[in-house]
Write a protein that binds this ligand. Structure first.
Ligand code: PLP
Length: 487
């Protein structure tokens, strides 16, 4: 490991690159289609990368959710699954893993992270409540608002800065938390939520010190703390690498301490354990009982919660693997490499490099595209045309409209290029960097998008758009001039 915690080797030339500390034993064929075919595909997908068919995609960097590579041990464990509606041995293995890894006794299974959010929101939020948090996630916000809550994002001033050297941009601002409690009163605050490796602001972690301080304030007012642990492994890893006093602490101990500070820990296993599913854990029997009966109602019996027993087996193994430094460092080290190389090329990216993906600042990349024409969505479409790589828009398309029908402009316009664990190789990463660089050199050719079909909720999933003007034709013409017959 180097000083940044990257599993890197130094070449004789002096260059440092991340190395894969695993070998590939099962592979999936990929297709890199011709640019005209990529153009047809994005047109058919309404310029929304969610609507692409993976047969047309080369590197699928949409998300790390449910797409991390499983290990040989995870796959092997699936063969031992105990098929039973009630009392499955597979569930007890998962419960044991959660007790050991998260250190929480009571476990409720759920079919994925948002299902856990539904149960927590229904159990604790009442009309008029406010919920402080470092930053929202799309499904979290939707469930909380559905139950009558209002979320307050009380991040620090640094959180939304694209370029920064602050190691913990996911921290909660303690003064803002105190003020919010004074303003609304603890009775209207069902819990404080902390999201590990804050997804929507570039996978940015919070520090242990900040979590301890948040807990102390919440405790003073009898408010419970809820931890979204979907990306807890990466957050624990960043604490080890960046926070004074933790460099010699194993990731598994950091993770236990983080969970120990929270009263309720919930997670998406699609991220944390490289499988599918999710769940909720707590040590507090009263909190457990408040939530328990919603699981059979929405998810399934208490020993499967909407998950297949095979996934439950793999989840138990995946949880232990998340505490392995070489497993948990793989994705952040590739992201750090990509961010470092893009920065050297002068391309605006979120720094410091965080978890789950490399985040390109679309407003910095395309300053000539107004936010009302969705620069992050336009950049995602342009990158697909130029490379067959699909990323995810995390900007105004992922936002909503206000009561007058106007777009609520997002705080940041990001194109997220996810690096699921142990999926992509270095040469694929280098191809991605090359095509992003080509786009940057030709950025003036890229224009905006407008909606042609817009669902009223979570419009980013199913909405359809079209280019404003004929910029795609110009981009394709230039690509052919520069690359000839090359894919
Ligand atoms: C931080 C965070 N919380 C919750 C969720 C929702 O989890 P799921 O997709 O399993 O419903 C996600 C999904 O990406 C997430 O990143």
């Amino acid at each position: 490991m180097d000083q940044n915690g990257m599993p890197v080797v130094k070449f004789f030339s002096g260059k440092q690159i991340p190395v894969e500390l695993h070998k590939v034993r099962i592979v999936q064929k990929l297709h890199l289609k011709k640019i005209d075919e990529r153009y047809t595909a994005i047109n058919e997908a309404g310029y929304n990368t969610f609507l692409l068919n993976t047969k047309d995609v080369f590197l699928d960097m949409l998300t790390d959710s449910g797409t991390n590579a499983m290990s040989d041990n995870q796959l092997a464990s699936m063969m031992q699954a105990d098929d039973a509606y009630a009392g499955s041995q597979s569930f007890y293995k998962m419960e044991e893993a959660l007790r050991e890894v998260f250190g929480k006794h009571y476990v409720l299974p759920a079919h994925q992270g948002r299902a856990a959010e539904n149960i927590i929101s229904q159990s604790f939020i009442k009309e008029g409540d406010v919920i402080p948090m470092n930053y929202h996630f799309t499904t979290t916000k939707a469930h909380m608002e559905l139950n009558g809550g209002t979320i307050f994002e009380i991040y620090t001033d640094e959180a939304l800065k694209i370029k920064s050297s602050v190691p913990f941009k996911g921290n909660i601002d303690i003064e803002k938390l105190k003020n919010l409690i004074a303003q609304y009163g603890p009775d209207h605050i069902p819990f404080v939520r902390m999201e590990a490796s804050t997804n929507l602001i570039g996978g940015q972690p919070f520090s242990m010190q900040n979590m301890r301080e948040v807990k102390a304030v919440a405790d003073q007012h009898g408010i419970i703390m809820v931890l979204d642990a979907s990306l807890i492994g990466e957050n624990a890893y960043f604490i080890k690498m960046r926070e004074p006093g933790f460099s010699n602490t194993p990731v598994k101990d950091i993770l236990r301490e983080m969970c120990g500070l929270a009263d309720i820990v919930y997670f998406s296993s699609r991220k944390v354990s490289s499988t599918r599913g999710g769940g909720i854990c707590t040590d507090n029997k009263d909190l457990y009982m408040k939530m328990r009966d919603l699981v059979p109602l929405y998810e399934g019996f208490l020993t499967y919660g909407g998950m297949s027993v095979r996934e439950i087996e793999a989840m138990a193994v995946g949880l232990y693997e998340t505490t392995d430094d070489t497993v948990i460092s793989q994705s952040p080290s590739f992201i750090a490499y990509a961010v470092g190389e893009l920065e050297k090329l002068g391309i605006p990216v979120v720094t410091p490099a965080g978890a789950l993906g490399c985040h390109i600042d679309a407003m910095g990349f395309l300053p000539h595209v107004p936010q009302s024409e969705y620069p992050a969505g336009a950049l995602a479409a342009a990158l697909f045309i130029a490379s067959g790589c699909r990323g995810m828009e995390r900007g105004t398309i992922s936002s909503v409209r206000d009561e007058n029908g106007n777009d609520v402009l997002a705080d940041v316009e990001l194109l997220r290029l996810a690096f699921p664990r142990r999926v992509f190789t270095l040469s694929q990463t280098m191809f991605l960097i090359d095509r992003v660089n080509w786009l940057y050199q030709n950025r003036n050719l890229i224009g905006g998008l407008r909606f042609v079909e817009e669902p009223p909720v979570l419009r980013f999933f199913l909405g359809r758009l079209e280019p404003v003007g004929d910029w795609t034709a110009k981009l394709i013409k230039k690509y052919k001039e520069d690359f000839g017959n090359s894919l």
